[in-house]
Design a protein around this ligand. Structure first.
Ligand SMILES: [Zn+2]
Length: 327
């Protein structure tokens, strides 16, 4: 179990590193002033320790997602794949490269996993819905007020390891994400947006491998899975809607459980629409005009050259939240 060190312990660690008490207190005071009092003495001590390369967290080992804390090192986490954000290229003054990311969840919450190692990124090709992912020796970082687990080339990343199961994933409240207006959205933003559902498209169904959930491909008239060969298929689905927040509107893609959340039906009910499309018309009326908060990622649709939003979680806005916002 992990214990972030408390103030006094950080101070004594800093003193062991060669600083005098006077120097340490001075640095802490300066840091607090520099950040205009936005952080506590303890927070400032953490930053000073980080800057001095002094470890303020013990190596953590096995943790549940809700226990992840900024600055933890060597954390091991298991989770089920919730949404895959894929790989993108980046370039800044310092370097260029690729970064991959996805969200996993366990019984206590969800967290974004960020991959920087080329081998890890390459193995993302094998990811599919509901995969169990184990990461070892990750470090926890806070980004825009929410936590991420980052993996470097000393970390380990394994897919569907023996003996690990995760039943019900607990979704974090969408409110943990920073909210943005739709017109302010930039490509790859991971934020929450709020708005009214002004248009709803019929569910699209597609065949997946009954065994592993990967998208099935048709070969010589029968369905195949890259891993399982000839297969029995199941159906997965996506529902798109248009969300409008008054600043602009955007297409939101809701896959699987998010499609169910959007429409407020069970998986079985949604699947029944495939055989009886008329049922969807009935559902539609209750959904148009609904106000929701969606957490996810802004994604550039290259074919249409427009931004779309991929939902990783959806919540209906409660009247009291709407009131709060109006005030
Ligand atoms: Zn398969």
């Amino acid at each position: 179990m992990i214990i972030p060190l408390n103030y006094d312990t950080i101070i004594s660690k800093l003193r062991e590193s060669g600083l005098t008490l006077f120097e340490i207190e001075d640095k802490i005071k300066n840091k607090m002033e520099q950040l205009s009092g936005l952080i506590s003495k303890e927070g400032a001590a953490h930053i000073i320790a980080n800057e001095a390369g002094v470890k303020v967290f013990e190596d953590v080992g096995e943790i549940k997602i809700k226990d992840a804390r900024n600055g933890m090192r060597n954390a091991n986490v298991n989770g089920k794949l919730i949404v895959n954000f894929g790989v993108r290229e980046f370039k800044n003054e310092k370097r260029a490269g690729k970064v991959g990311s996805f969200v996993i969840g366990d019984e206590t919450g969800t967290i974004r996993v960020v991959l920087w190692d080329v081998q890890h990124i390459n193995s993302m090709e094998n990811l599919h819905d509901n995969d169990i992912i184990r990461v070892e020796n990750g470090y926890i970082k806070e980004n825009n007020g929410y936590k991420e687990i980052h993996l470097n080339n000393f970390s380990k990343f394994s897919l569907n390891p023996e003996g690990i199961t995760i039943e019900d994933v607990k979704f974090n409240g969408v409110s943990e994400f920073k909210c943005k207006e739709i017109k302010e959205l930039q490509q790859n933003d991971r934020v929450a947006i709020r708005g009214t559902i002004v248009q709803l498209f019929e569910p699209r169904f597609y065949e997946i491998c009954g065994e592993c959930g990967r998208k099935a491909v048709i070969e010589n008239g029968s369905f195949k899975c890259g891993q399982h060969g000839n297969i029995n298929t199941k159906f997965a689905y996506v529902v798109n809607c248009i969300l409008d927040d008054g600043s602009e509107s955007i297409r939101v893609a809701c896959f699987r459980e998010n499609a169910c959340r959007l429409i407020g039906v069970s998986e079985g009910e949604l699947l029944s629409v495939r055989e009886d499309p008329g049922r969807f018309e009935g559902l539609k009326d209750s959904i148009l005009g609904k106000q929701i908060k969606v957490e996810g990622r802004a994604n550039k649709n290259l074919m249409f050259d427009r931004l779309e939003f991929i939902a990783s979680n959806i919540e209906e806005l409660k009247p009291e939240e709407l009131l709060q916002e109006m005030e």
